[in-house]
Design a protein around this ligand. Structure first.
Ligand code: HEM
Length: 495
């Protein structure tokens, strides 16, 4: 048994930080060529062992809590932002109970109410916002431009606050809330992950904003409790109120507030960035945008030529729309690195694809392990035309989706086909934009409804083109973003 190979580096403590930080995907592909699927690199003094491929994902995402801990890997970043006693500030079994509380709010009944709310927010935004200033009756043939990221960030927070976060948050978006959000967000960066305590103003702002944001939510709870404000909402606050742990302990107000902040931070950049990549791809591929538009005409046309609003069930059942989101998340998953802290020595087959007893690495306690589902999702060994954005690969349930995946050999030497629908289940899969296992995303369905409704509404309102080459990835932010320029040319549709 030996340690995994260590990636060569010149600078002892800094290690491979520049290569990893600038382009982790390219860095991992290069390392795989040299060292195989399991290797260790140095990141500012930390030893990080990467395990690639579906088997690597399985090992890390399906790992036991006793061995691999997410809280030990993330708490120094997340607790100052979310607040105490939730998520990674508590043992995993407590967080699992908190995830169950949140699931109560993510109900089909609530999602049904959300679709028209999201549609209205997006439609109003497109009509009112200066980014869409050519959006006027006389300008039907005018082309204007907007920044894909800025517009999607705004639309995402507007729609998330109107639905999940609740009307009080929505009403305060133009006021105090957005400043608090910006200050908190400024403390949720790779710098904060690498260096938990620096004497910087951004860290102080983060701490002040955390306290004020908590007070903001606690005040809403109090007003709803004493009847000053209505409490018949379909939002997450209403769902979290009056819940209790299995032990009988009631979920206290400060924990509800901190869970709300966690959901805000977990959902905002992931959804906004996915939406931005999606409209950039639609602008680059007007034929796909047209297919989405035709799909809506087919399902929602009124006899007078106008279109009616879709319902939640209908949004979920639009194959072109669904495939656009799936394919965007395949090529542009917002999260590239999933980390765990190694609590006790971990044995890892040296060659994950064909393990043998003779070649086992030991990843020692105190290391970190890192899964990168993004690698599998664009790996030419696993996908046909891996780097092509091709939503159609998801549509043909009979054949194409099967063909789009190359066959993959499991540990018993059996060939496995990852067909439609099978790919996002289980911890061993080449498609995991929402992670897998006990830490899997709970926001997936909400994100699909939010993205689905907003993309459907945007495609109804405007036609889009991409005036510049497709943007490259910016990995310097927490979430993989499109680099500038990322302007979209648009023109309003005629009706
Ligand atoms: C976890 C992706 C939207 C809440 C995760 C993880 C991934 C992910 C990859 C696993 C992290 C890990 O294993 O360390 C995404 C993507 C989204 C999205 C791609 C949108 C396109 C959302 C939204 C919410 C949310 C909208 C909230 C409403 C969470 C939570 C976790 C999580 C609470 C659990 C973390 C854990 O159990 O450790 N997400 N997410 N996400 N996400 Fe999301």
């Amino acid at each position: 048994k030996s340690l995994p190979p260590e990636v060569f580096h010149w600078l002892p403590w800094i290690g491979s930080a520049p290569g990893y930080g600038n382009d982790p995907v390219n860095f991992f592909f290069k390392c795989r060529e040299k060292y195989g699927e399991v290797f260790t690199f140095i990141l500012f003094g930390r030893k990080v062992t990467v395990a690639l491929g579906p088997k690597g994902n399985n090992m890390i995402l399906g790992g036991k809590v006793a061995n691999l801990s997410a809280e030990d890997a993330y708490t120094h970043l997340t607790t100052p932002v979310f607040g105490k006693d939730v998520v990674y500030d508590v043992p995993n079994d407590v967080f699992m109970e908190q995830k169950k509380f949140v699931k109560v709010g993510l109900s089909t009944e609530n999602f049904r109410a959300y679709v028209p709310m999201i549609e209205r927010e997006v439609a109003e935004f497109v009509e009112r916002d200066p980014s869409f200033r050519t959006y006027q009756m006389d300008d039907i043939n005018e082309w204007g431009q907007f920044d894909a990221v800025k517009v999607l960030q705004e639309i995402t927070i507007l729609t998330a606050s109107r639905t999940l976060q609740g009307k009080e948050v929505r009403e305060n978006l133009d006021k105090t809330f957005s400043q608090l959000y910006n200050d908190l967000d400024g403390g949720f960066t790779p710098l904060n992950f690498l260096f938990p305590n620096l004497p910087l103003e951004s860290y102080r702002k983060r701490d002040r904003a955390q306290k004020k944001m908590t007070e903001f939510y606690v005040n809403i709870l109090k007003k709803r409790a004493d009847g000053t404000s209505t409490n018949d909402e379909t939002d997450m606050l209403a769902a979290l109120q009056n819940q209790s742990y299995r032990s009988g302990r009631a979920l206290p107000e400060h924990e509800i507030a901190h869970i709300m902040i966690a959901l805000l931070m977990a959902g905002q950049h992931t959804s906004a960035t996915t939406g931005a990549w999606a409209i950039l791809r639609l602008a680059e591929n007007p034929d796909v945008a047209e297919a989405m538009y035709q799909e809506q005409i087919k399902h929602f046309s009124n006899p007078d030529g106008s279109m009616r609003s879709p319902t939640y069930e209908e949004i979920k059942a639009l194959p072109v729309l669904d495939s656009v989101i799936r394919e965007t998340l395949r090529l542009h998953p917002p999260i590239h690195s999933i980390m765990r802290y190694v609590r006790s020595d971990l044995a890892v087959p040296a060659t994950l694809a064909a393990p043998s007893k003779d070649s086992v690495y030991v990843v020692p306690k105190g290391y970190y392990v890192l899964a990168c589902p993004a690698i599998c999702q664009i790996d030419p060994l696993l996908w046909q035309n891996a780097d092509k954005w091709d939503p159609a690969r998801w549509n043909d349930q009979q054949g194409e989706a099967q063909k789009a995946f190359k066959q993959y050999v499991d540990e018993n030497g059996e060939k496995v086909d990852y067909g439609f629908g099978a790919v996002s289940k289980g911890t061993e899969s080449p498609y995991q934009p929402f992670g897998a296992g006990r830490h899997r995303c709970i926001g997936e369905q909400f994100a699909y409804i939010q993205l689905g409704t907003l993309l459907a509404t945007i495609v109804r309102k405007i036609e889009m083109r991409l005036p510049t080459p497709f943007p490259a990835n910016n990995y310097h932010t927490m979430i993989t973003m499109p680099k500038e320029p990322r302007m979209i040319s648009y023109r309003r549709r005629k009706f």
